[in-house]
Design a binder for this molecule. Structure first.
Ligand SMILES: [Zn+2]
Length: 70
């Protein structure tokens, strides 16, 4: 894929699968690995109950991976 999707519709066409979408966003936003923006911790997990939401293992803050990316 060479062109970054310009609209939400194009974006969704590129990523019909939410899993692929999240993995792509994480790679774009954190090329060297996921980090929580507020605390800088690298360790966290994706909540199974809330799509796109990651929780820090240390301070329990939650970050919406999708927020502010596209
Ligand atoms: Zn933290």
């Amino acid at each position: 894929m060479t062109d970054f999707p310009r609209s939400l519709i194009e974006f969704q066409r590129c990523f019909p699968d939410e899993r692929a979408c999240v993995e792509y966003l994480v790679r774009v936003r954190w090329p060297e690995g996921f980090r929580f923006p507020a605390c800088g911790h690298a360790k966290g997990w994706e909540l199974s109950t809330r799509v796109f939401t990651w929780e820090c293992v240390s301070c329990r803050q939650q970050t919406l991976v999708r927020a502010g990316t596209v």
